[in-house]
Design a protein around this ligand. Structure first.
Ligand code: SF4
Ligand code: MSK
Length: 624
């Protein structure tokens, strides 16, 4: 546990305010949990049947097997596969919801939604081999049908989306080792089946199923979520935005949208712009309405509309402690149930909206896409009506906020490069840019908030590595000024020159957690353009502060797609040297990617730099 709680001044101020208001935060609860269970940390406890729970003694003095005979390797790998399955399920369910809304919209059932980006729809259709010289509705129907089949088809063929988007070399590799994902839901179900008592006991076989499930996420569920969101809400292009708690305004109604899926948050943004809503806010004494994002639903609306972001994962409770949040509207994922306890000390309404994510004590206004506009307006109205209930003496909004440019989709990066990847490839070949790093993932109160995210990024750009990233990393990077064009002054001379020439920041915001697929698509395009495998590229990834099961799935699909990935917090696998060796050494011989675990930001950057430099030397040698 880190002594200093946060790298971010607004967060430090928020923690102080919470304490002076008598509010318990995530850091207090982490402390109350100490010492955390050693068996759990090592992945050595199993409660997959009622002969247990069983635990293995890591020191070899107690039991070496569970009641059924399961070894440390079996238990650790089963637990890991269940983490991957849960993460892939979260992303898959998100992707399915977006695809179902898309399908119903195409069928004319959802007047609140439309196809905003026909070119993107056609690009997806072309990849899937669908005839695009037809009415847009017909194309959309076919794309929706194929996407939804990827959740339910019963043949043994690879997912249609994975087949359409992944480079040939990866597809061949996955087929050879039998990890090509067949059906997003099937892989999750099979993972749960195999980890059930008395089924798969082989750590290697289990880990391969974990890889197949994760690939169904990255090249399936998440990819579908990102692609359909672009079609319905617009492919992101660079736009100015602002981040940190200082985006909240004392004299306005503040509505925070928190969670992941843009289906609702897009509508909230629209409803808050309605004239009659603004008038209603004024009639209650407010100067207007601020909608601000949090976590990934925040990333979704900031990258498409420049809507400000109030903060990342560890700032959700602190936003309420400002006393100025009139409604915290949540969909699903990364929402702490403690929000209602914090809100109890202030006037904030915590509004849950998904049937899948209810919180005792919160107000539930269920969101149905059929009545999208009406429900979004109802939610905004609820926030406005709550504005007069503020306790003025409890309001204190940190002043910190930072602006920057967000919204770098693959399409917009190519456009910024003048229409092709060639200038980037040339810069990499010449060494002006030495490589590309992806930094992603959450915050974790076990580490100093945002420190890993920012220090790793700064060290990489100083070494002429272009940094791209998503999720809570992006919000940390934005708060630290790394999304400003002037942020390039922190970069090495080569990267600085490229940024100045193109007018881009040294770190590029590629979106939300499901948008990690944009990074997959980008590295696939670069590998194909260079005629090499993804694992040959001077590319590395890191999740310096990860906490969610989704991050385990993300990391796994990256290593299975040939990317060396550093995890900043230790996954619960140290109880089995066999599983550790498999994931940090042996897997590299098969996929070209592997995990490393390191919490020190300077060392994380060092590992990534060394990997990038060695790949670069090999690549240039190979290309002569
Ligand atoms: Fe114990 Fe085996 Fe049951 Fe797990 S599956 S709880 S190790 S008996
Ligand atoms: S929101 S999954 S805390 S990145 Fe995507 Fe942030 Fe991690 Fe949630």
């Amino acid at each position: 546990m880190s002594e200093k709680k946060s790298y971010d001044k607004a967060t430090e101020e928020g923690i102080k305010k919470a304490h002076s208001d008598g509010v318990e935060t995530i850091w207090d609860r982490l402390e109350a949990q100490q010492p955390q269970c050693g068996f759990g940390q090592l992945g050595l406890c199993c409660r997959n049947c009622n002969m247990g729970p069983c635990r293995i003694d890591p020191f070899g003095e107690g039991p070496s097997k569970g009641v059924c005979g399961a070894t440390a390797g079996t238990i650790v790998s089963r637990n890991l596969v269940r983490m991957i399955a849960a993460g892939a399920a979260a992303h898959g369910d998100h992707g399915r919801e977006v695809a179902l809304v898309f399908k119903e919209m195409v069928e004319g059932e959802l007047p609140g939604y439309e196809i905003k980006d026909q070119a993107k729809l056609k690009a997806i259709a072309s990849k899937l081999g669908i005839d695009i010289h037809r009415e847009i509705k017909e194309i959309a129907e076919d794309v929706a049908r194929i996407a939804l089949l990827d959740f339910g088809k019963q043949d043994e063929k690879m997912l249609a989306f994975a087949n359409a988007y992944a480079p040939e070399s990866l597809k061949e590799l996955w087929k050879n080792i039998n990890v090509a994902p067949r059906n997003i839901d099937r892989e999750i179900t099979e993972s749960m089946h195999r980890t059930n008592m008395g089924v798969d006991a082989d750590p290697i076989s289990l880990s391969l199923q974990g890889i197949r499930t994760a690939l169904g996420d990255g090249w399936g569920g998440s990819l579908i979520g990102s692609e359909f969101s672009d079609v319905m809400f617009g492919t992101p292009y660079p736009v100015e935005s602002t981040a940190n708690l200082g985006v909240l305004e004392e004299d306005k109604v503040n509505v925070i949208v928190h969670g992941h899926v843009p289906i609702l948050s897009e509508k909230i943004v629209e409803a808050a712009e309605d004239e009659d809503m603004i008038e209603l806010a004024k009639s209650k004494g407010a100067a207007g309405i601020v909608v601000a994002g949090m976590c990934c639903t925040g990333n979704e609306i900031t990258m498409r509309h420049g809507i400000p972001t109030a903060g990342n994962f560890l700032q959700q409770e602190l936003a309420i402690t400002t006393g100025a949040v009139d409604a915290m509207v949540v969909d699903y994922q990364c929402i702490m149930p403690s929000l209602v306890d914090v809100a109890d000390c202030y006037h904030t309404k915590v509004i849950t909206t998904s049937e899948k994510a209810k919180i005792p004590g919160a107000e539930h206004i269920e969101f149905y896409p059929q009545q999208a506009d009406e429900i979004a307006r109802k939610i905004i109205k609820r926030a406005i009506e709550n504005y007069p209930a503020r306790a003025k003496d409890k309001i204190k909004i940190p002043s910190e906020k930072m602006d920057g440019i967000v919204g770098f989709s693959v399409e917009s990066i190519v456009e910024a490069l003048g229409g092709s990847l060639n200038p980037l490839l040339d810069a990499i070949k010449e060494g002006t840019i030495k490589g590309i790093a992806g930094i992603v993932g959450c915050n974790n109160p076990k580490l100093e908030h945002d420190k890993g995210h920012i220090e790793v990024a700064k060290e990489l750009i100083a070494n002429d590595i272009l940094v791209v990233g998503t999720g809570c990393w992006s919000i940390a990077a934005m708060k630290a000024g790394l999304f400003k064009v002037e942020g390039a002054k922190l970069a090495g001379d080569g990267l600085k020159a490229v940024c100045e020439q193109l007018g881009i920041p040294p770190c590029l915001h590629m979106g939300s957690c499901v948008d990690n697929t944009r990074i997959l698509v980008a590295i696939s395009a670069i590998a194909e353009a260079l005629g090499v495998k993804t694992s040959d590229l001077p590319v590395a990834g890191a999740a310096p502060e990860w906490m969610s099961e989704k991050a385990v799935s993300i990391g796994t699909y990256f290593i299975a797609s040939g990317v060396f990935t550093v995890l900043g917090t230790t996954p619960p696998i140290l109880g089995s040297s066999e599983v550790v060796k498999l994931l940090t050494e042996d897997v590299e011989e098969v996929t070209g990617g592997k995990f490393a675990v390191e919490s020190n930001p300077h060392k994380i950057a060092g590992l990534m730099l060394r990997h990038i430099e060695s790949k670069r030397a090999q690549l240039l040698g190979k290309r002569g």
